[in-house]
Design a binder for this molecule. Structure first.
Ligand SMILES: [Zn+2]
Length: 320
């Protein structure tokens, strides 16, 4: 039998502590699986703290993507080790931007509408100590339901004191009864959610691409995925981060293939062209980006890789 020295004694004590923890683990695991803890990552951009909140996730079926046959896409996903039986898994990330005086939410998630795993945003906000009433502004990057459903709950507005910013073109498009009637079933919930948003938020600001939300937080035009998609630029103290929503959303094939889109895009040519333009520009600028559906927390850069482009995840901001 080996001598028990200080180190092995320490290891034995640690093991028994862990053992004690494990003994009570089943109860905790049950509780945890019933209510998964909120997922939040934070990052500093100058004076701002940016929190990356996860409302949930979905497996996008291969047949939803455009510009590539479903079986080819599934084969590519297999090659990249990101194929799941039900499609390609992606998250729904929202962003909370705070400085000493402001609390701005960018997008509000699907809130259970398109995926049963979604609807976790309220708990993520609570975990950060943010009451919905304390949110001073909400920017809707575009009016697809997976970005705005969380603005409304039970027929009431969730963020009672917030001004809501959305692009004028998206508001016009998604509240047009003729367009709603002609829209494919897939998109009908977005038209409904947009109309509800307009009805319940009297302080909705219809913006024209670029707008200063507060000093250091501005919107910019990213039209293509929808008629009025916008991004949000956070800039302070020589640092910047661009929240680019659905400019890229395929975890394996964007940004290398800008011609791959999704059926939700009503003007495919415009969407493809905007991706090609933006991907090239972002690679040239080396801009730090955050995208809703890229692997969580979805922060990274578009970089040149030979004649192609690649997604380079950013390092983790341990200090935030
Ligand atoms: Zn989306």
């Amino acid at each position: 039998m080996p001598q028990l020295d200080r180190r092995t004694l320490g290891a034995a004590m640690l093991a028994s502590t862990l053992g004690a923890g494990l003994a009570s683990a089943p109860m905790r695991a049950d509780a945890a699986s019933a209510t998964p803890p909120p997922v939040v990552v934070r990052r500093r951009v100058g004076r701002f703290e940016v929190s990356f909140l996860l409302d949930g996730y979905i497996d996008f079926p291969y047949a939803l993507f455009t510009g590539i046959a479903p079986d080819v896409l599934e084969g590519a996903a297999r090659g990249l080790h990101i194929a799941r039986p039900t499609g390609v898994r992606t998250g729904f990330t929202q962003w909370l931007i705070r400085d000493e005086r402001h609390t701005v939410l960018v997008d509000a998630g699907p809130a259970g509408t398109v995926s049963p795993t979604s609807g976790r945003l309220p708990r993520a906000l609570a975990a950060l100590g943010v009451r919905p009433d304390a949110v001073s502004a909400v920017v809707a990057t575009h009016l697809h339901v997976d970005h705005i459903a969380g603005l409304v709950a039970g027929g009431q507005r969730v963020f009672r004191n917030a001004e809501v910013f959305a692009d004028r073109r998206d508001v016009a498009h998604f509240t047009d009864p003729a367009k709603a009637a002609a829209a494919p079933d897939l998109l009908k919930s977005s038209f409904r959610a947009a109309s509800e948003l307009v009805r319940l938020y009297p302080r909705l600001q219809r913006i024209d691409g670029a707008r200063t939300i507060l000093p250091g937080v501005t919107t910019f035009d990213l039209a293509g995925h929808t008629p009025g998609q916008i991004g949000v630029r956070i800039e302070d103290g020589g640092e910047s981060l661009l929240l680019v929503a659905d400019m890229l959303f395929h975890p394996g094939l964007h940004p290398a293939h800008p011609g791959i889109g999704i059926l939700f895009e009503q003007d495919r040519a415009a969407a493809d062209a905007s991706r090609a333009r933006f991907f090239d520009q972002a690679a040239s600028e080396g801009a730090l980006l955050a995208a809703t559906h890229m692997p969580y927390p979805g922060v990274g850069r578009i970089v040149r890789a030979g004649n192609s482009l690649a997604w380079q995840p950013a390092d983790f901001d341990y200090a935030a």
